[in-house]
Write a protein that binds this ligand. Structure first.
Ligand code: 5GP
Length: 225
């Protein structure tokens, strides 16, 4: 009996204008659901208060970051708001080996690179419900200067252009709903034929069972009564 097929996990890419809340969605997915793992990026940005090295980011020097690029250790990287950010290739490899969906919280430049390099990746663009909501989130952090907030807003306005190249768009009007929607996207994506490991073998085994059944029933007919 087939109770569950061996599916390959999905690399899930979440991109959004800064302040949309995609990092919160990513962490909630990982927190609430088994088989989801957060991809910890490398960055040259300084840690914000409360951020933990190795948990939120791997905080590295520009030199160390350059060395990672040279060693081809990053599956994608980009300069965002003046700092370098990149996804260690091993994050994807380890998740795949463990059968876990790896969640990448990255910018649109990185998402574009992943689209080219990782054909099975699922790209979700998260929209803010309004410009005001962005403003509130960006200023609520209390960590950014006004000029920085304005820079992030302008960058976000630009990034919205890319939305049509993504697979899905989710409006983060409510955290609960957004987590459920993204989870549902991954659930559906996981059931694509291309993700079933050894699909040919599964199909052949079922067909062979049907053949055997047809043959035996053909010979013996319906049970009496
Ligand atoms: P923040 O400095 O606010 O944590 O992140 C700034 C931007 O960089 C966000 O849009 C975030 O998603 C993006 N980012 C974080 N990690 C990566 C990464 O590994 N690659 C790319 N391309 N962008 C990243």
């Amino acid at each position: 009996m087939i109770t569950g097929l061996p599916y390959r996990p999905c690399p899930l890419i979440l991109a959004a204008p800064s302040g949309t809340g995609k990092t919160t969605i990513a962490h909630e997915l990982v927190e609430r659901h088994d088989h989801f793992v957060f991809s910890v990026s490398a960055t040259t940005r300084r840690p914000r208060a409360g951020e933990i090295d190795g948990v939120d980011y791997e905080f590295v020097t520009r030199e160390a970051f350059r060395a990672m690029i040279e060693a081809d250790a990053l599956v994608e990287w980009a300069e965002v708001h003046g700092n370098l950010y990149g996804t260690p290739r091993r994050n994807l490899e380890e998740a795949e080996a463990r059968g876990e969906h790896v969640v990448l919280d990255i910018d649109v430049q990185g998402a574009r690179q992943i689209r080219k390099r990782i054909p099975g990746a699922v790209l979700v663009f998260v929209f803010p419900p309004s410009a005001d909501a962005l403003w509130k989130r960006l200023t609520a952090r209390g960590t950014e200067e006004l000029q920085e907030v304005l820079r992030r807003l302008r960058a976000g306005r630009q990034e919205l252009e890319e939305a049509r190249h993504f697979d899905y768009i989710v409006v983060n009007d409510d955290l609960e709903r957004s987590v459920v929607r993204v989870r549902a996207i991954v659930e559906a994506e996981s059931h694509r034929p291309g993700r079933v490991r050894e699909l040919e073998g599964v199909v052949e085994a079922l067909r062979a069972d049907i053949d055997a059944l047809v043959e035996s029933r053909g010979a013996s007919g319906f049970p009496a009564g």
